[in-house]
Design a protein around this ligand. Structure first.
Ligand code: SAM
Length: 275
């Protein structure tokens, strides 16, 4: 069994389909964060970029618009199938279903990029050492990851609203388990990347208000596909589904104003060098 079998199952199951359902919403919502990461990448013709955990491929294709050669790698077949449907007329963007942590790479890439796709490795040091093996000497790593939940009301608000529905004996989350907040603590990220052989490791806080939607209905479409509500509904007794959904809806409705629903998102823009 591969290190990441559990995550492969997760992203090839309900979550892969859910992500495809709301990919346009995600790309629109993430745009202010993506723009900062793309500035750091500064892609240009001649670059050879791997997009790690590329999902449905929007970031790979955007980077490819610079003329760079881009390879989007993702463990989810549904998401890569969706990426392959998109317009790639220039033919400089390729997509593969692969585990980025164990894929055998040739050491001829100038940059490894990721928008929220590197927090799901069972053994992050091993995974990042493998990703580093894809880079030329001096090649760069640039990725966005989430800060801890307290700094991310756009995500934590639903979790807080659902707290009364969680089983009383639910164990506290393991901060080192694969998941969206795996690299929320900078010292740990530095340790992981340093152990994987990266140098010149820098973390820059990137904080933006995200426009979650004009209406609560729009937000709820996302929430019912992805996020704590969607996960909880899988395990919660059906008689409590409506109550849990209403709790999340009310929490977002309380944040709505004439500009819709806008909440703060805090990320780290992580950069590092191979050698
Ligand atoms: C939070 S999503 C981000 C997707 C995309 N980068 C975006 O911004 O829309 C995380 C992605 O990482 C992928 N992923 C998780 N573990 C992976 C692994 N070991 N190798 C490759 N992709 C992986 C998932 O399938 C998923 O597409």
């Amino acid at each position: 069994m591969s290190d990441n079998a559990e995550q492969a199952e997760f992203w090839n199951g309900r979550m892969g389909t859910a992500w495809v359902n709301v990919e346009d919403y995600i790309d629109r919502m993430m745009a202010p964060l993506t723009a900062v990461a793309f500035d750091a990448v500064n892609a240009k013709p001649g670059d050879r970029i791997i997009d790690i955990g590329c999902g449905c491929g929007t970031t790979s294709l955007s980077l490819g618009a610079s003329g760079a050669e881009v390879w989007g790698v993702d463990i989810s077949t549904a998401m890569i199938d969706r990426a392959k449907e998109k317009d790639n007329a220039a033919g400089n963007v390729a997509f593969s279903v692969a585990d980025a942590a164990s894929q055998a790479y040739s050491a001829d890439h100038s940059l490894a990029f990721s928008r929220f796709g590197v927090m799901f490795f069972a053994d992050p040091v091993k995974a990042f050492a493998n990703i580093r093996s894809a880079l030329v000497p001096g090649g760069r790593l640039v990725f966005l990851c989430w800060q801890l939940p307290a700094a991310n009301p756009w995500l934590s608000i639903a979790g807080a609203a659902l707290q009364p529905f969680q089983p009383a004996d639910a164990p506290p989350p393991d901060p080192e388990a694969p998941g969206p907040f795996r690299f929320g603590v900078p010292e740990d990220t530095r340790k992981v990347l340093g152990s994987a052989g990266f140098t010149n490791i820098k973390l820059q806080a990137v904080v933006k208000d995200l426009h979650l939607g004009d209406t609560v209905d729009e937000v709820m479409r996302f929430q019912s596909n992805i996020g704590p509500l969607s996960g909880l509904l899988e395990t919660l007794d059906e008689s409590r589904h409506a109550e849990a959904t209403a709790a999340v809806r009310d929490a977002f409705a309380a944040k709505a104003d004439s500009n819709g629903i806008n909440l703060e998102a805090s990320t780290w823009l992580v950069t590092a060098t191979n050698g």
